[in-house]
Design a protein around this ligand. Structure first.
Ligand SMILES: Nc1ccn([C@@H]2O[C@H](COP(=O)(O)OP(=O)(O)OP(=O)(O)O)[C@@H](O)[C@H]2O)c(=O)n1
Ligand SMILES: C[C@](O)(CO)[C@H](O)COP(=O)(O)O
Length: 223
């Protein structure tokens, strides 16, 4: 199993002085927290995708980790998340048949979430993603803000990462070149089944300064 960790975003909404994955959380970079979580899932390969100017720094971070025999490479990403995922996929070795795509920004994701996604893939689905039930009522609005639909809340899930796929399916989905905010949407667009498994509130995406503070609190509360 291979994992593509996308960490090449700039972190505009966080507003820090450094790209988000290189911002520290309790004295350790977000990237390092994320990689420790990924390595707990025992991948055979890890591809870390970072801003071009930070490739050397990311290699130093990776060199300081216990890889337990995993092949690890660092490659530069692109301007959009999907471009960074594509760059990561291209750097996996031919041996990898199943791949997880994980946001470095979801740096506190428990290993149990990785395991649930991997178990679903092992059971034979083309894709599996973690998701949590939404607590708000969600509205679909038009360009003027008028509500055009209120989807049944029980049918909604807020999805997280790692998102897992049969590697050939995800590669084909990216090659199709559609725009989407996650990898599952690209795979769904090709007509493949993607299963939602249980996510976890600790898999939050560090996006804003408030999220960073929440992540700090979660870390302090962890055993
Ligand atoms: N060109 C990009 C954009 C995003 N990402 C990664 O995709 C994940 C989810 O993206 P997001 O949280 O939106 O990160 P940023 O794009 O950095 O944030 P912002 O939109 O606030 O700039 C992050 O781990 C981010 O590093 C990436 O690898 N390459
Ligand atoms: C992939 C993702 O984390 C699933 O929730 C999310 O869609 C990423 O969105 P972003 O705007 O790139 O942070």
């Amino acid at each position: 199993m291979g994992v593509v960790v996308v960490a090449a975003g700039s972190g505009t909404r966080l507003g820090a002085e450094r790209p988000k994955a290189f911002v520290e959380l309790a004295g350790v970079t977000i990237l390092e927290h994320a990689l420790r979580g990924v390595l707990a899932a025992r991948p055979g390969e890890v591809v870390v995708v970072v801003p071009r100017e930070l490739v050397d720094e990311a290699r130093s971070i990776v060199a300081g980790l216990d890889l337990s025999g995993a092949r690890a490479v660092v490659v530069p990403g692109g301007a959009k998340r999907s471009e960074s995922v594509s760059a990561g996929l291209a750097a996996l070795s031919d041996r990898v048949e199943r791949v997880l795509v994980h946001d470095a920004a979801r740096c506190l994701t428990p290993v149990a979430v990785f395991e649930r996604v991997l178990a679903a893939l092992a059971a034979g689905v083309a894709g599996a993603v973690p998701g949590v039930a939404v607590v708000d009522t969600v509205k679909v609005v038009d360009a003027g803000g008028l509500i055009v639909d209120t989807p049944l809340r029980e049918s909604l899930r807020a999805v997280q990462t790692p998102q897992g796929f049969v590697r050939s399916v995800l590669t084909a989905a990216h090659a199709a070149g559609a725009a989407a905010t996650d990898d599952a949407a690209l795979v769904e667009a090709l007509g493949h089944d993607v299963l939602v498994v249980e996510g976890d509130h600790r898999a939050l995406k560090v996006t804003t300064p408030d999220d960073l503070a929440r992540a700090e609190r979660l870390l302090t509360a962890s055993p």
